[in-house]
Design a protein around this ligand. Structure first.
Ligand code: PLP
Length: 488
């Protein structure tokens, strides 16, 4: 068991630093009223102290490099070290966005190649690279749709979102000023297409866009997607696809062929670099020809043998502007490029197939003891609920906490919201049968204990983890995020 880890502020002291500057005796004071009057308030640590602190913290977590991490909807696949090696090449890692473009031609070429690959994989026309993650990509998509609608003089107020959607979908549309209307999901876990039709065909003509995740958050392929796309377009609206689950279909389906007008790609899900550590991601958005002129700056174009970063509207495009300073999460995009090139199209297709196979293996191995709200074949993730444990005093939360004791990261729990006691398991393609069997055995043993009346033991978990159960309500309602030095 690892010892309690103090805060950086508690380890450090004012007289220590990891960097030594020579004294500056005669430097002229020119700060005037901007001069700091209080202490800077940063922790003072030596380099080994800082390094050990973060290494110790990292050992308290279950990570994708230490254990199976079947966190549904997050695609926590293995991150090949080749990606890291490529992103660390000095031509990529030691450049600056203010450098003249003729000194960073290789970096621009890399983005240009990634652009072509993502356009090919999705069947789309253009790629906006600056969004920092999936949710930011959704915002980019909705802002682009709004710009296109404004351009055609057709301001619309409503965005339709299925009730199974990830919370970022309604949140981003609302941030863009749209009113959200929810479309129900049917007993099979799919969008209620009659309800969608009723809203689009018989309702007011004020729908800007329909946002759909496919495969959806229940792990199911929305097989009526072509019909939905037609309805959306007939109503004069745009069809936005949340591409978070692209891992299940990459190399098999081009979203453009499904009638999609815009989609973000969570490269930190689909193309390795999983984002569980809260580290950087990237959310490039692909657009069809109609939306492409409105997407945010910048993008890369090729002129003969020269690559150019387009950073301003030149009259032929109607970009709504920028989404952020500089050009995007460059190193994450390089990792995605390295992954795609290493896999090749056959490799990507195989990865999607294996992801689906692994999820269905887990489904078949557990469906006799856990209830499937939507029985039948799933895509890359399998959704159970805890109704088979009714009366045992054991719930989804307890299964998750006991999996920590068994050495696994828990599955996603209580999402999607439409399924009570949801457990969303996404093994990804990078796991072996042996790992899946160990996980299945752990779940079976927890469920068996629940049915033997051992609720008291199970509700005490985790006992092998660094932290026991937390008071999550207080933590969420009353977060303490700022260090206060009690000694001052
Ligand atoms: C992960 C996810 C998002 C948000 O993506 P981030 O990269 O985490 O911002 C949106 N929708 C779905 C379905 C997701 O799984």
């Amino acid at each position: 068991m690892i010892a309690e880890e103090p805060l950086l502020f508690e380890i450090g002291s004012d007289d220590k630093t990891a960097v030594d500057f020579p004294p500056q005796p005669d430097a002229e004071e020119c700060l005037g009223s901007c001069r700091r009057t209080k202490k800077i308030g940063l922790p003072g640590l030596s380099e080994p102290e800082a390094m050990r602190h973060y290494t110790r913290l990292s050992q308290m977590n279950i990570s994708v490099d230490s254990a199976f991490y079947p966190l549904g909807s997050c695609t926590m696949k293995y991150n090949p070290r080749l990606n890291e090696k490529m992103a660390a090449l000095s031509g990529f890692s030691e450049i600056h966005p203010f450098q003249p473009q003729n000194t960073v031609q290789g970096a621009l070429e890399a983005i240009y190649i990634l652009n072509e690959l993502l356009a090919e994989l999705t069947g789309m026309k253009a790629v906006a690279f600056s969004p920092a993650a999936g949710a930011h990509g959704e915002l980019c998509g909705m802002m682009t749709i709004r710009a296109a609608l404004t351009h055609r003089g057709d301001a619309r107020e409503v965005v339709l979102v299925p009730e199974s959607a990830h919370g970022t979908n309604p949140a981003t549309a609302a941030m863009c000023g749209y009113r959200i209307e929810t479309i129900p999901v049917n007993a099979e876990g799919l969008v209620d297409i009659a309800a969608l039709q009723k809203r689009l065909v018989h309702g007011e003509k004020n729908v800007a866009a329909f946002m759909l995740t496919n495969p959806n958050t229940c792990g199911l392929f929305e097989r009526d997607i072509l019909k939905m796309a037609d309805m959306v377009h007939e109503a004069g609206a745009f069809f936005y696809m949340d591409g978070a689950n692209f891992n299940a279909i990459m190399g098999h389906v081009k979203p453009a062929d499904l009638g999609v007008d815009a989609m973000h790609i969570n490269v930190h899900k689909t193309f390795s670099t999983p984002h569980g550590g809260g580290g950087p991601g990237a959310g490039p958005v692909v657009f069809n020809a109609e939306l492409a002129p409105f997407m945010p700056l910048p993008w890369v174009e090729k002129d003969g043998d020269t690559y150019r970063l387009i950073e301003a509207n030149d009259g032929s495009v109607h970009s709504f502007g920028r989404m952020r300073a500089f050009n995007g999460q460059f190193a994450v995009l390089i990792r995605a490029l390295a992954y795609i090139l290493a896999m090749g199209l056959p490799g990507l297709r195989q990865a999607a197939e294996d992801a689906v196979l692994n999820a269905n293996y887990v489904r078949v191995k557990l469906q006799d003891i856990l209830h499937l709200p939507y029985p039948g074949t799933c895509m890359h993730e399998v959704l159970f609920d805890d109704s088979s444990l009714e009366g045992t005093g054991v719930t989804t939360l307890d299964i998750a906490k006991n999996l920590i004791d068994a050495g696994f990261h828990p599955m996603t729990i209580y999402f999607p919201l439409i399924v009570h006691g949801a457990m969303l398991i996404e093994p990804t393609e990078t796991e072996s049968k042996r790992t899946l069997d160990e996980f299945v055995a752990a779940v079976r043993s927890i469920v068996a204990k629940a049915k033997e009346g051992k609720a008291e033991e199970l509700t005490a978990a985790p006992v092998n983890a660094f932290r026991r159960r937390l008071d999550e309500t207080t933590a969420a309602r009353n977060p303490v995020l700022v260090y206060k030095d009690e000694t001052q």
